[in-house]
Design a protein around this ligand. Structure first.
Ligand code: EPU
Length: 421
């Protein structure tokens, strides 16, 4: 299969309703969690994205029995035949979230050997806090030839204070602690909605997890977990992406099947940009009739403005009235896509972790390259608001995390098509 590009004819207002899929970042935490049970789990509202397919392939290669029914948005995971505690580089390199196998395999087998993963190139992404958690629980941890090796004779509940708020470390320590003896307390834990989703899933399996959604999570170890059925929460980042697409292109768009509370920080920014936002219970409507206004924003752990929408926000700011100042505090190198926006006529200066965006009245369509998932989303958003034709190359990156983006955009009036070279 050749390279895919999305061809966009800009300046078509978005009108109608977009159904939001299940959360990517929740799905990739829940899939390895299913390996901890003695029986099968059914996950519902699973997004049909490449990261999910790749994770299923990795687990099948390691011996798990997984059926994926994309039409029904369902995964059936039977963990019984799963017997390998090793996940080599060839398998995990395609997926950053494969590091959740560390916590899951450690809990299940008392040992894990998982190669350091790949994923989006958005800065240094160490896992020291994950290892600190595993070690506190009683595991020995080492890095040998690119492989993280963990082993524990016994895992015992402990207190872990995270030096920084890390989604991945919080998930991994929760996974490792659910079957440990005694109580584990994770302090300075991440509060993202998918942490709560993971806790709800684990509790439905018989775990005793309290406090998820606050910065102190208590995990009381149990001796076994059963499989269960669980519905994955809606993807707040996908919802935010379409809301920002509406601000960029103009229009009247409703994102449906969302939890509006998860979108508070995004709604606030969109209102500051001059668009109208209405919370309608399980949907949010955005009406954008004028050129957006400039904003200041700073990415922060939840409930702050999410780093995963920093790139889409800058894409809107590029056409806003005034100078926007957008600060990235989570990653040290998440502005790589800015050069592509500049090709479209944007005026953006990056100083360390801050982008200073002088809004232009018009962006002009151009061929641009998506170098990672959210960068790709940002370029699509810029193309929807630009004059003329934009081709976003390397849409494969976008398909990692966005379910049916082409169909969803076409259904609300965007002029978009996929071409394969
Ligand atoms: N960090 C450390 N040490 C650690 C762990 C993290 O220094 O042991 C640093 C990271 O380098 C980063 C910051 O802490 O600077 C936050 O990292 P975090 O661990 O929270 O991120 P993650 O678990 O690797 C998840 C999402 C990302 C999302 C971040 C922040 C998944 C699979 N990935 O990554 O999603 O940006 O949380 O919300 O859940 C995306 O969807 O595009 C994406 C990159």
């Amino acid at each position: 299969m050749g390279e895919k590009r999305l061809v966009i004819e800009g300046k078509r207002p978005l009108q109608g309703t977009v159904q939001i899929s299940g959360s990517k970042n929740s799905a990739v935490a829940l899939i390895p969690a299913a390996l901890l049970a003695t029986g099968p789990s059914i996950l519902e509202n699973v997004p049909n994205i490449r990261d999910v397919k790749v994770f299923c392939e990795i687990l099948r290669e390691l011996g798990a029995d997984i059926q994926h029914y994309p039409e029904e948005k369902r995964l059936v995971i039977r963990p019984n035949g799963f017997s390998s505690y090793r996940a080599p580089y060839e398998q995990v390199k395609r997926l950053r979230a494969s590091y959740y196998l560390l916590g899951a395999l450690l809990a299940r087998f008392g040992r894990a050997e998982v190669a350091l993963p790949g994923g989006c190139d958005i800065g240094i992404r160490p896992i020291d806090q994950h290892l600190k958690g595993f070690r506190s629980l009683g595991a020995e941890a080492s890095l040998e030839h690119g492989i993280v090796k963990l082993s524990a004779k016994k895992m015992t509940g402990t207190q872990v204070y995270l030096d920084l708020v890390s989604v991945g470390a919080t998930v991994n320590i929760m996974l490792a602690a659910v079957l440990a003896e005694g109580t584990t307390v994770i302090e300075n834990a991440a509060k993202e909605p998918h942490i709560v989703d993971l806790a709800n899933y684990l509790n439905a399996m018989g775990a005793k997890v309290q406090g998820a959604g606050t910065d102190v999570i208590r995990v009381r170890g149990v001796t076994s977990l059963q499989g269960c059925t669980h519905t994955i929460i809606p993807d707040d980042i996908e919802a935010g992406t379409y809301m920002l697409a509406c601000v960029s292109a103009g229009g009247d768009l409703t994102v449906e099947n969302v939890i509006p509370k998860h979108l508070d920080s995004i709604c606030a920014k969109i209102v500051e940009m001059g668009a109208q936002v209405c919370d309608k219970g399980d949907s949010v409507r955005v009406i954008s009739e004028h050129r957006p206004k400039a904003v200041t924003a700073k990415t922060l752990p939840y409930p702050g403005f999410p780093t995963d929408l920093q790139q889409p926000l800058v894409a809107v700011a590029a056409r806003a009235d005034g100078v926007s100042v957008i600060q990235e505090t989570i990653y040290d190198n998440r502005f790589g896509y800015v050069n592509e926006l500049i090709r479209m006529g944007a005026s953006i200066k990056v100083d360390g972790r801050t982008a200073i965006v002088e809004g232009m009245p018009t962006l002009y369509g151009a061929p641009v390259h998506a170098n990672d998932l959210r960068a790709g989303a940002a370029l699509v958003i810029a193309g929807l608001g630009a004059e003329g034709e934009t081709s976003v190359y390397r849409m494969e990156h976008v398909e990692r995390g966005y379910d049916s983006m082409l169909d969803k955009l076409q259904a609300v009036g965007a002029s978009v098509s996929i071409e394969e070279a």
